[in-house]
Design a protein around this ligand. Structure first.
Ligand code: SF4
Length: 82
């Protein structure tokens, strides 16, 4: 399993690079925060410069839920738990 993790604005953001299918929805929403690498898989750029709401939207935009976000208390906020 290939996980990439960052702590940003009190959030813990995890990209599951095995899940990512490289459509780039997260990149479109927040190009400062994410990019596609040479394997067309999402990697972090500088997520700390993206406003929190847009960062969460970008993570939530992933069609295959490859990005998971936990808040300050460790609760999962993206994808929204059902
Ligand atoms: S939105 Fe999801 S599948 Fe698309 S590039 Fe980002 S992490 Fe990968």
């Amino acid at each position: 399993m290939s996980l990439d993790e960052r702590r940003v604005l009190g959030l813990r953001i995890v990209i599951d690079r095995d899940q990512c299918v490289g459509f780039g929805d997260c990149v479109q929403q927040a190009p400062e925060g994410f990019k596609l690498d040479e394997e067309t898989v999402a990697v972090f750029v500088a997520p700390e410069v993206v406003e929190r709401e847009r960062l969460l939207r970008a993570c939530d935009a992933c069609p295959v839920d490859a990005i998971t976000v936990y808040d300050e208390s460790g609760s999962q906020v993206v994808p929204k738990p059902t």
